[in-house]
Design a protein around this ligand. Structure first.
Ligand SMILES: [Zn+2]
Length: 314
């Protein structure tokens, strides 16, 4: 069985009209061109930054090393989860994603269920998560038509450290004042439902087909278990928060049946092992631990903290 060492991925900066020209203090990245709203951490175009696959895109690495990288418990061909940082300076349009069944009806491999972990939130920040209780589909359609949908959206206050589950079918929108770590099924199926009366194209027919008035979306209460916190444990992903001291818990640095991602929220981490060159990941960088990595260790500063993201096996 072929083995693959852990590696760091380089972020990919995506232009978005609602983003920032200067990503400080999150990234040392500045542009005079179109603003950047999304930093893709596991996009197919992200380049491997360390180790033998260095310079290869995540898409090619997944294609060439699929079982050594992902493990055998995942059925999809793509890297299983798309992790991004969202940095909205303006309101994003109101959107909805289809679930697996509807996506497959359209001939796509999967729908898009996602979640947001608030890396930062200003006082008073909120987001739209679903339609207010008691509102009917006809009322939603009428409100889209006369540009008053905002009054029907269920608004949720958000604080730093919150985890928010966005079930497929949930009408949702992010706004300014937050920085989110987004984890989602690898899919680009987004239907824009409402853009505050602007001229941008909407995808109303598909949006209404995907929309569900009631979903399981909402804030998820964290659960603390020995040495770490489970932020969410859902059908597609499990996400945990771990403090990393001079030596990480052996439960964390152990062989796993499936690929895992470590995103650094504080300090820096150092990943080492028998048959590969040790490397570091610092704040806002992401390391990938392939399922076939036999032995590795993880160490941090006194205050290092990571978010560990694990795809659920099919
Ligand atoms: Zn979304």
């Amino acid at each position: 069985m072929e083995t693959l060492p852990p590696f760091r991925l380089a972020p990919y900066f995506r232009t978005r009209p609602w983003g920032f020209n200067d990503l400080a203090p999150w990234y040392n990245y500045r542009t005079d061109g179109e603003p950047i709203g999304e930093v893709w951490l596991t996009g197919e175009m992200c380049l491997v930054d360390t180790g033998p696959l260095r310079g290869m895109s995540l898409a090619d690495a997944t294609k060439q090393q699929r079982s050594a990288l992902l493990g055998t418990g995942l059925t999809g061909r793509d890297f299983p989860l798309l992790v991004k940082i969202l940095l909205p300076k303006e309101k994003l349009s109101v959107q909805v994603h289809p679930d697996d069944a509807l996506a497959q009806h359209y001939g796509e491999p999967r729908g898009k269920t996602e979640c947001w972990y608030a890396l930062d939130a200003q006082p008073g920040a909120q987001l739209a998560l679903g339609i207010r209780a008691g509102v009917t589909v006809d009322q939603v359609k009428a409100a889209v038509h006369d540009a008053s949908l905002e009054s029907l959206l269920h608004m949720v206050p958000v604080s730093k450290g919150d985890m928010i589950f966005v079930d497929a079918g949930t009408v949702h929108a992010l706004g300014p004042g937050v920085v989110m770590l987004e984890t989602q099924q690898t899919s680009d199926l987004t239907y824009r439902m409402y853009d505050y009366g602007s001229a941008r194209e909407l995808h109303l027919e598909k949006a209404f087909a995907a929309m569900k008035l009631t979903t399981r979306a909402g804030k998820v209460a964290p659960r603390t278990v020995d040495g770490h916190t489970i932020l969410i444990d859902e059908r597609y992903f499990r996400i945990e928060k771990w403090p990393i001291g001079a030596e990480a818990a052996s439960a964390l640095a152990a062989p796993a049946p499936v690929v895992q991602m470590l995103f650094v929220t504080q300090g820096r981490i150092r990943i080492a092992g028998d048959n590969f060159e040790a490397f570091e990941a610092k704040r806002n960088q992401l390391a990938v631990i392939p399922s076939s990595t036999p032995r590795w260790t993880l160490a941090g500063d006194d205050t290092s903290e990571i978010i560990r993201i694990v795809p659920a096996t099919d």
